[in-house]
Design a protein around this ligand. Sequence first.
Ligand code: FES
Ligand code: FES
Length: 170
Amino acid sequence: MSTDSMNEEGGPTTTEITVTVNGTQVTADVEPRLKLSDFLRYHCDLRGVRVGCEHGVCGACTVEQDGASIKSCLSYAVQADGAKIETVEGLTNDDGSLHPIQEAFHESHALQCGFCTSGFVMATKELLEENPSPTREEIETGLEDNICRCTGYQNIYKAVESAAAKMEDD
Ligand code: FES
Ligand code: FES
């Protein structure tokens, strides 16, 4: 670590950030190199944000920042200062009931180990917001930035179709 990243006591410098996470304002002093994914997991205790590759490849860490889905392992917490972040935990309704996308993943058996699921759910949310009635091909393309090692994808695609139908009925 270079000396210019040290404070007077020799520890790393920190920056105060305020982020609205799932509707709640969170203020924290963070090191400039703290990844957003680690901020959400360890400062905010949101373990639905999964960390797989940490290189932007697997999509397990997908969250929404100001309405657009991002891979939170690729950005720093300081870059989210002033932003609104939504994680998979934020989709669940106040009464504990599931969001239609979460329901559809559950009902369609779209997960096995579940490691990738929150990333797929968040990517599906953006996909359906942009295209409420996607074709199978559009679903496959829309989710191509997310990797699942278990399911073979077919039930995930079915879940997205089911979620689209549920959300159309709402
Ligand atoms: S952990 Fe972020 S894309 Fe894999
Ligand atoms: S359910 Fe295991 S990685 Fe997708």
